[in-house]
Write a protein that binds this ligand. Structure first.
Ligand code: C2E
Ligand code: MG
Ligand code: MG
Length: 701
């Protein structure tokens, strides 16, 4: 007896098979991506929907087949075949959702699954209960088993491989599902083809079912089950990926917070917290081995000046460039950190001792010697470096940093742009420096600052022609402090601005007072520091001081260091020009210590050149110094400038300078810097010598 196929139902069975396959593949991803109870729920639910899917494909396939006799199916046997499908599906899902799939497991799993599908199929056929029983064509039967086993292998392998959730995997899954769908239906229809129905067969099981109705219901139900499963799976994937995204961004936020907590936002270098941790680690590491670790405290000299004159953006840019350069000097295992401001601390691991650390410090000095290009300007910056070495100078990060800082401060005091290794005599510097800064803040209000005056003398007739106002700080506990002990600090902290304003005002007032008292009309010189020179309101300050004291502008002289004007000559010219328009005199101080370009000197509206005292010291004995002083005087005279020699202490020096044609001198030979009252006595004594009668004491302080 031969049957006929309803091809619509065959087609629907194929669709169901494809849908079931796709669901299976999707579920494999879900199960492997979930954990614990969720994974188990997906496995059980998945086994059910995939099992019903495969089974209904098979059953619809059977319904598609019509024999000329009325057909019916034994319900318990049919349900049993469905259970087999569910179990086989569960087994398949379990196999592919494990972390690994060995070849052995793949082969065994494929065989078991294939046989399981065959068992489902032939049990389902048995539910027809025909009489005489169905016989099978051996070859086709074997072929159907072979197809089932092969398709199962392929299905397992594909499902295992396509578990991830990327876009291309979604298309790959669809393609694979179509192939698997064909394989499953292929197995089914081969199995059906193997069946032989005797010509006079009758169906024993009842009741008789309407094929199309049952097939439709089954297909619909299965379709809904599979769709729900798929929808759930897709939703779950979305949720999972959202959760994963959230966890991801949380992790990133955490990482970022951690980075922020441990790094300096400007340079991205480690901050103090991370540095201290690394130093402590390095100390522990050094204790175990034969090496030591060193801490280098690097502070930029006069950084504040850059900030004040060029603005914070340029300052920040400079700090970033310095950070980069420092990193190129050290090795990968060393740490360059920034504590804030212009303070960098470098941790060197595995150094052999202080000498080794000094070598690195020298490299840093060398590396920073090249100019920095910031906002189209060339900037020169020098560092002062302090070194401490563990365990020699301490065995905690704090001790090493504090002591390196003390050594750095010492290096700064010793003239900047150099390095010092910590020694116990420095240990008190650090707290003193902080205290000093606080004290200096209050010094002005407490009237602790004073001006001393040192005469400037005409080399020709030995008469006082002017004086230089030199600041002193009468510190309540530390006694009289010289400018070198606090002017650099004032410069770095910005305190120089109010202090400088006070100096100019006081010097003008004092000079005017002396003039009003009938003393010889003299010129008073005040020193202008680099930070002051770059201050926008310097002009106002000078104008105010002159107005307030009614001092004639030509009786005020401003001394500006050679290195200060030459740091940025084109801007200096503008400032100098404005000052000169007010009518004050301008002197270049400490000439010879910087690198002047004659070209600029020619263009500067200046009046006097002060030769630095370091050239004067040995001028009468050292040929080189003598040559320099001679050349300088020659140059100055060519430029129509008056020349003042600083630091003249002996008659020999004076004689020599006189022979070179130097105009004025200043130095201990005539007088040390002295308080105003004492200076007044010098003036009066001189006036008396030149028959001008002094009347009354007029020192203002
Ligand atoms: P400077 O402008 O070069 O001042 C001359 C320095 O040389 C003074 O040191 C003075 O005491 C010293 N000196 C004078 N004659 C001799 C001598 O014959 N032999 C030796 N060995 N030294 C001599 P002082 O007063 O300690 O000032 C140091 C520096 O501090 C000054 O150098 C100046 O640059 C700065 N300074 C002083 N007062 C002020 C101020 O009011 N404002 C600013 N911004 N800087 C100041
Ligand atoms: Mg001076
Ligand atoms: Mg000088």
């Amino acid at each position: 007896m031969a049957g006929v196929y309803n091809y619509w139902l065959v087609f629907i069975s194929l669709l169901v098979a494809i849908l079931a396959s796709y669901t299976a593949l999707d579920l494999a991803s879900r199960i492997s991506a979930s954990k614990g109870p969720a994974a188990r729920a997906w496995l059980v639910g998945g086994a059910f929907s995939m099992g019903t899917g495969i089974w209904s494909m098979h059953f619809i396939g059977m319904l598609a087949f019509r024999l000329p006799i009325p057909m019916a199916y034994d319900v318990p046997t049919t349900i049993f075949s469905m259970l087999i499908a569910v179990v086989v599906s569960g087994f398949a899902l379990f196999t592919v959702s494990r972390d690994t799939l060995s070849t052995r497991n793949l082969i065994a799993g494929g065989v078991l699954m294939g046989l399981g599908i065959c068992a489902m199929h032939y049990t389902g056929m048995a539910a027809m209960q025909t009489h005489p029983p169905i016989t099978y064509d051996a070859v086709l039967f074997a072929a159907s088993v072979a197809i089932a086993v092969t398709a199962s292998h392929a299905a397992l392998w594909i499902a295992f491989t396509l578990r991830s959730a990327s876009d291309w995997v979604r298309y790959a899954k669809l393609g694979s599902a179509i192939i698997m769908g064909f394989a499953i239906t292929g197995m089914h229809y081969t199995g059906m083809a193997a069946a032989r129905f005797a010509p006079d067969s009758i169906c024993l099981s009842g009741p008789v079912v309407d094929n199309s109705w049952m097939a439709g219901t089954l297909a619909g139900t299965t379709f809904i089950i599979l769709c729900i499963t798929l929808a759930l799976s897709v939703l779950d994937t979305r949720m999972a990926s959202k959760t994963a995204n959230m966890a991801d961004s949380l992790q990133r936020a955490n990482d970022e917070l951690q980075r922020l907590a441990l790094h300096d936002p400007l340079t991205q270098l480690p901050n103090r917290l991370l540095l201290e941790d690394r130093i402590d680690q390095a100390i522990a590491h050094a204790e175990r081995g034969k090496f030591k670790c060193a801490v280098l405290f690097v502070d930029l000299d006069r950084f504040k000046m850059v900030n004040d004159s060029l603005g914070h953006f340029a300052g920040d840019e400079l700090l970033r460039s310095v950070a980069n350069r420092l990193q190129t000097v050290v090795r990968g295992e060393d740490t360059v950190s920034r504590l804030g401001g212009d303070e960098f601390v470098i941790l060197l691991r595995d150094v052999t001792g202080p000498d080794n650390a000094t070598e690195v410090a020298d490299k840093i000095l060398h590396a920073l010697r090249e100019p920095f290009r910031i906002h189209e300007q060339e900037l020169y910056i020098t560092p002062s470096i302090g070194i401490s070495v563990s365990p020699l100078h301490g065995d905690t990060s704090q001790m090493l940093i504090t002591r390196a800082d003390a050594a750095m401060y010492n290096a700064k005091q010793a003239g900047r742009n150099n390095c010092r290794i910590y020694s116990s005599s420095m240990s008190t510097f650090f707290p003193q420096r902080l205290m000093l800064e606080n004290d200096l803040r209050r010094a002005l209000g407490r009237r602790e600052l004073e001006l001393y005056y040192q005469p400037k003398v005409d080399v020709g007739n030995n008469r006082v022609v002017g004086m230089e106002a030199l600041i002193r700080w009468r510190h309540p506990h530390r006694g009289l402090l010289l400018p070198d002990e606090f002017i650099p600090l004032a410069d770095d902290t910005g305190l120089i601005v109010p202090i400088g304003r006070w100096v100019i005002t006081e010097a003008c007032a004092q000079n005017k007072a002396w003039q009003s008292a009938g003393l010889h009309e003299l010129r008073v010189a005040v020193n202008i520091s680099s930070a002051q020179f770059r201050q926008k309101d310097l002009l106002d300050t000078v104008a105010h001081a002159l107005a307030a004291s009614s001092l004639a502008p030509e009786c005020l002289e401003l001394e500006i260091g050679e290195s200060v004007v030459m740091a940025n000559p084109s801007e200096a010219i503008v400032t100098l020009e404005k000052l000169s328009q007010i009518g004050v005199q301008i002197a270049i101080d400490d000439f010879g210590t910087g690198y002047s370009s004659v070209n600029y000197l020619k263009r500067f509206p200046i009046d006097n050149l002060k030769i630095d005292r370091s050239f004067i010291r040995d001028v009468s004995s050292d040929m080189d110094d003598a040559a320099i002083v001679r050349a300088t005087i020659g140059l100055a005279h060519n430029l129509r400038l008056r020349v003042v020699a600083e630091g003249v202490e002996t008659e020999d020096q004076l004689q020599f300078l006189r022979s070179l044609g130097c105009d004025e001198y200043q130095g201990y030979y005539k007088s040390k810097p002295v308080p105003a009252a004492e200076f007044e006595r010098i003036l009066r004594a001189e006036s008396a010598e030149h028959k001008v009668t002094p009347l009354r004491i007029v020192a203002t302080s």
